[in-house]
Design a protein around this ligand. Structure first.
Ligand SMILES: O=P(O)(O)O[C@H]1O[C@H](CO)[C@@H](O)[C@H]1O
Ligand SMILES: Nc1nc2[nH]cnc2c(=O)[nH]1
Length: 292
């Protein structure tokens, strides 16, 4: 961790990336969207697109996971100026945790106010079905218990305070709005609200781990999102998180089920249209310009 600290990007490095992007596009996004595994189709619905491969953006890491295309797309979604990450970075790819969350501070410097963080997750809650969309109410940062928090290291006050609160990480108004929009779209049967737990991955959970996480109060488990949310809250972004339950976590020793990435991507494809409609309707209804 400390070796990596030496190469940590400074505030000025972040500015370089943000200014480069602002100089290359006329878009001025107020909403950022991170597409989870298999959910990249969401980005394709942006109108008037300006797209950058991660490899051409100064300081940007590269996507290495199947189902994460690796481009940053600017455009309008349902009339709102958005920027969309088609592909995110994960700790298990070998990136230090501050690099995983690097784009979040770029969004802040671009003028983004609200971030929609999506992911594919395993369903620990026994009432959840594959294809359910869980509005994230709260999270468990298990790697954080062992010191893996993206804010570890020197704090630059220009981004945020040393000790940010996380009791209000997932904005209550936006969660309410998501549930209302879900009802209006007739999606109530598969919209849930629950707690997301992050693990480092890349191995999926054992049966004992799934049982433990469920006892701890987690409804869904994944390998992303939480670090991004912590950094987003640190720099004052308003957050809404959405998990697509792509598989049921295996909780019984006589089960022959095994979680796998192909199933995760398949569920993403299967629910893509409704997921897109849900996010796009939500975006259309989000109030902007610090009106919160
Ligand atoms: O969280 P996202 O990026 O949606 O991806 C989830 O799906 C992958 C496992 O299939 C892991 O990367 C897990 O975190
Ligand atoms: N850790 C974890 N990540 C996932 N991403 C999608 N499904 C799963 C899962 O079952 N476990």
């Amino acid at each position: 961790m400390f070796q990596e600290d030496e190469k940590r990007f400074s505030y000025e490095d972040h500015k370089t990336t943000a200014d480069w992007l602002l100089s290359k596009t006329h878009h001025r996004p107020l909403i950022a969207i991170i597409c989870g595994s298999g959910l990249g189709a969401l980005a394709d619905s942006l109108k008037d697109q300006v797209s950058f491969k991660y490899s051409e953006i100064p300081n940007f890491p590269q996507s290495t996971v199947h189902g994460h295309a690796g481009c940053l797309i600017f455009g309008n979604l349902n009339g709102k100026p958005c920027v969309c990450m088609k592909g995110r970075f994960h700790f298990y790819e070998g990136y230090p945790i501050w690099k995983v969350t690097f784009p979040i501070r770029i969004f802040h410097l671009l003028g983004v106010e609200t971030i929609i963080v999506t992911n594919a997750a395993g369903g620990l809650n026994q009432e959840y079905k594959v294809g359910d969309i869980m509005v994230i109410k709260d999270h468990l940062n298990l790697p954080g218990f062992a010191g893996n928090n993206p804010l570890v290291g020197p704090n630059d006050e220009r981004f945020g305070t040393r000790f940010p609160s996380m009791s209000d990480a997932y904005n209550a108004d936006l969660r309410k709005l998501a549930c209302t929009v879900g009802k209006e779209l007739g999606f109530s049967d598969f919209i849930r609200e629950g707690v997301y737990c992050v693990l480092s991955g890349p191995s999926f959970e054992t049966i004992a781990e799934c049982r433990m996480l469920n006892c701890l109060g987690a409804d869904a488990v994944g390998m992303s999102t939480v670090h991004e949310v912590i950094v987003a809250r640190h720099c004052g972004l308003r957050v809404i998180g959405l998990s697509l339950i792509t598989n049921k976590s295996v909780m019984e020793y006589d089960s022959s089920e095994k979680p796998n990435h192909e199933e995760v991507l398949e569920t993403g494809k299967w629910r893509a249209e409704q997921f897109q409609t849900f996010v796009s309707t939500l975006v259309g209804r989000i109030e902007l310009n610090n009106n919160f």
